[in-house]
Design a protein around this ligand. Structure first.
Ligand code: NAD
Ligand code: WQD
Length: 340
């Protein structure tokens, strides 16, 4: 298939592009590079030996998007582009609602004009909010998120479900990622957060490489095995493979839109992840326990059964592999991607 991958220079998008190329698909990327670097796409090209056209513009530029659709005749769209920092979204809600919703509307309008009927969307476990029973199951209602960022995912899922119901033949997979971590095993592409990272794995990786002094563990008094927060970390290469499987499944889907959890089904605590990373990098990593981070839940993990049964997909990589691959990427690229 010829696939438009929005946000293809970003963390999930770059790994997904590589996986799609390796399975014989053609990929065209649109990315405004606000939270990513051109080098990510160039490295995907060198790893795959394939060319990946990169169009640098904001998806909300409907004229350019329309011209691209007219030229390329896409078979499918994978829509990863979006702003994703939870705390930032609380400070700048309008930017998040504006960017994430309007870029999705622009993609949907272009798909309708050019009769493209396959869409895979990057949703998030954040749509389960604070009160969903564990493990999280796709049919849980009501969906509700605790941040403007998360609310954009809830709203976009609803928009996509309504549009797919109304438009004959449109099929949409809503992929709810849990906590993607890790990197391609080559160490050539990985997660390169701009500015100060907020998520646990990038913080640990920066402590390991000496860019940060210590990890702050946000709370050790949760009702979990060791008192620290538990999450369902999933290797980004497994997430990438989930996109491929979803894409292959779209034409067989009975419902116009369907949600799938991409998680492992197991939870790992902050201290367990830290210990695994110490094994990977070979030295101890200093940390302090500090108060809980507002808005954090004690534990969260997926029921991945639906993706296994319907997509034939399951996560195959464990915590040690996630840490080893993150460490390879971080140690080979201590400052992330070069500017160009
Ligand atoms: P990322 O920031 O690395 O990649 C997103 C890319 O989209 C960036 O390169 C950014 O510049 C681009 N972009 C944003 N708005 C754009 C616009 N209007 N036009 C063109 N390009 C635009 O993020 P990621 O971690 O790769 O996440 C990809 C998707 O997955 C996002 O939608 C995110 O919300 C979702 N998600 C991520 C995680 C995670 O922990 N990484 C978890 C759940 C869901
Ligand atoms: C994991 C655990 C923290 C940093 C976020 C988004 C979610 C999704 C994935 C996009 C928690 C603890 C963290 C640190 C710590 N993204 N922690 N010290 O909060 O589960 O999910 O990313 O959709 O929407 O909310 O991930 O990596 O931030 O935190 O102790 O410096 O690590 O308290 O228990 P989270 P995280």
């Amino acid at each position: 298939m010829r696939i438009l991958l929005t946000g293809g220079a970003g963390y999930i998008g770059s790994h997904t592009t590589l996986t799609l190329l390796e399975h014989g698909h053609d990929v065209v990327v649109v990315d405004d590079l606000l939270n990513s670097k051109r080098a990510a796409v160039e490295r995907v090209e060198s790893l795959s030996g394939r060319t990946v056209p990169l169009h640098v513009f904001d998806l909300r530029d409907e004229t350019r998007l329309d011209q691209l659709f007219a030229r390329e005749r896409f078979d499918a769209v994978i829509h990863c582009a979006g702003l994703k920092a939870v705390g930032d979204s609380v400070a700048r809600p309008l930017d998040y609602y504006g960017n994430n919703l309007d870029s999705t509307f622009a993609v949907l309008a272009a798909m309708a004009r050019h009769d493209v009927r396959r869409l895979v969307f990057s949703s998030s476990a954040t749509v389960y909010g604070e009160n969903a029973p564990l493990p999280c199951q796709e049919d849980h209602r009501p969906l509700s998120a605790t941040s403007p960022y998360g609310q954009t995912k809830v709203m976009i899922e609803q928009v996509l479900t309504d549009v797919a119901s109304a438009r004959d033949g449109l099929r949409v997979a809503l992929l709810r990622y849990f906590n993607p971590v890790g990197a391609h095993p080559s160490g050539r592409i990985g997660e390169d957060p701009q500015g100060v990272p907020n998520n646990l794995m990038p913080v640990i990786a920066r402590v390991a490489v000496g860019r940060l002094d210590r990890l702050q563990v946000f709370g050790a008094d949760y009702p979990t095995a060791d008192g620290t927060g538990e999450r369902d970390y999933i290797h980004v290469m497994d997430v990438a493979m989930g996109h491929l499987r979803a894409l292959e499944h779209l034409d067989a889907m009975v419902q116009p839109a369907r949600a799938f959890n991409l998680g492992t089904g197991t939870a790992t605590s902050v201290l367990q992840l830290l210990a695994a990373f110490e094994r990977a990098c070979g030295h101890p990593l200093p940390y302090d326990v500090v108060p809980r981070r507002p808005g954090d839940v004690p534990a969260n993990w997926a029921d991945p059964a639906r993706a296994q049964q319907e997509l034939g997909w399951r996560a195959t990589r464990g915590i040690d592999e996630m840490c080893a691959d993150t460490w390879r990427w971080q140690s080979q690229n201590p400052s992330g991607y070069p500017e160009r």
